[in-house]
Design a protein around this ligand. Structure first.
Ligand code: CAA
Length: 283
């Protein structure tokens, strides 16, 4: 199927990046959120990121205006039923995602492909609650979306080949690289990345190193672009904890137990950059 229009659910840090790259690749984008403020700030972020690309000579001003012209916003979820492909990028909570797909389902065109940008939740389970498990798959971008090259494509147990090919074509047109992952907790990237971040939190918790020395060690000693604690703040500590819980519950292995210090930070509302406080203080 030739995808022309894409509905993006959730205008947060992932959703706005996804809308940005789709519009830049000439897809018509309908961006949805429950909050008008979130939609307004997503458009402001996309405009700022495109303007930076113009100022660095990466795209022209006309291309920026054309991309912005391809993004519409709506508070009405049912309107996304008229698009060819839906990418859900709401909060990383299964009940929220399921409720969204349930609400959207009666309004879908028969051919619409449903996907989730979930970083860890079972695609098979999300798909099983819809009327189209064969046209449902995982479409997982990395943060920051405009910069990161990878998209994980995750087939649920029932996903058909045509759906996979349609999504792969979208990834190709975005100029990104698709990695195919089987549907097991946290797929590939987060199966490997999150235990590393969790171990960095344990390293702090057990007093082996300070925030600065842990991050510096991994930046200078392992050539990571960001230290693990800085990266955790960037991703969001609530998201990191949610992914560790999915790994712990789904694989039933104590090696995935979330560090109590990570839990404590989340309980304090210290979620990283988005709340201006996490392992670092951004205030
Ligand atoms: N949005 C859009 N563009 C951004 C951006 C953002 N949030 N942050 C940086 N950029 C752009 C900059 O404009 C710059 O573009 P140009 O090359 O055109 O000038 C480019 O990225 C490099 O930025 P900087 O020079 O300012 O900074 P940097 O070299 O330190 O790179 C970084 C910033 C790309 C974020 C880098 O630190 C990095 O790669 N960090 C690791 C990111 C990572 O691991 N992401 C995966 C997280 S895991 C995940 O996403 C999966 C999940 O489910 C949780």
């Amino acid at each position: 199927m030739d995808v022309k229009s894409v509905g993006v659910i959730g205008a947060g840090q992932m959703g706005n990046g996804i809308a940005h790259v789709l519009a830049a690749a000439e897809y018509e984008v309908l961006l949805n959120d429950v909050s008008q403020d979130a939609l307004d700030s997503a458009i402001a972020t996309i405009t700022g990121n495109l303007a930076r690309q113009v100022s660095r000579g990466k795209i022209t001003d006309e291309a920026m205006q054309a991309a912005l012209g391809r993004i519409s916003t709506t508070l009405e979820l049912p309107q996304l039923g008229q698009t060819d492909l839906v990418i859900e990028a709401a909060t990383e909570r299964e009940a929220i995602k399921q409720a969204i797909f349930e609400d959207l389902q009666p309004h879908l065109l028969p051919h619409t492909i449903l996907t989730s940008n979930t970083s860890s939740i079972s695609i098979t389970r999300l798909a099983s609650r819809t009327d189209r498990p064969e046209r449902f798959m995982g479409f997982h971008f990395m943060n920051p979306v405009p910069v990161m090259q990878l998209v994980e494509l995750i087939r649920g147990i029932a996903t058909d080949e045509e759906t996979y090919k349609s999504c792969k074509t979208v990834v190709d047109r975005l100029g990104k690289t698709a990695a195919s992952a089987e549907d097991f907790p946290a797929f590939i990237v987060n199966r490997i990345l999150m235990p590393m971040i969790n171990e960095a939190v344990y390293t702090l918790y057990e007093g082996v190193g300070s925030v600065q020395s842990i991050d510096q060690s991994m930046k200078l000693g392992a050539n990571h672009p960001m230290g693990p604690l800085e990266l955790a703040d960037f991703i969001g500590l609530d998201t990191c904890l949610a992914i560790m819980n999915v790994l712990h519950d789904g694989l039933a292995d104590t090696k995935y137990r979330p560090c109590p210090l990570l839990t404590k930070y989340v309980e304090a509302g210290w979620l990283g950059r988005k709340t201006e406080r996490g392992f670092y203080d951004y205030r």
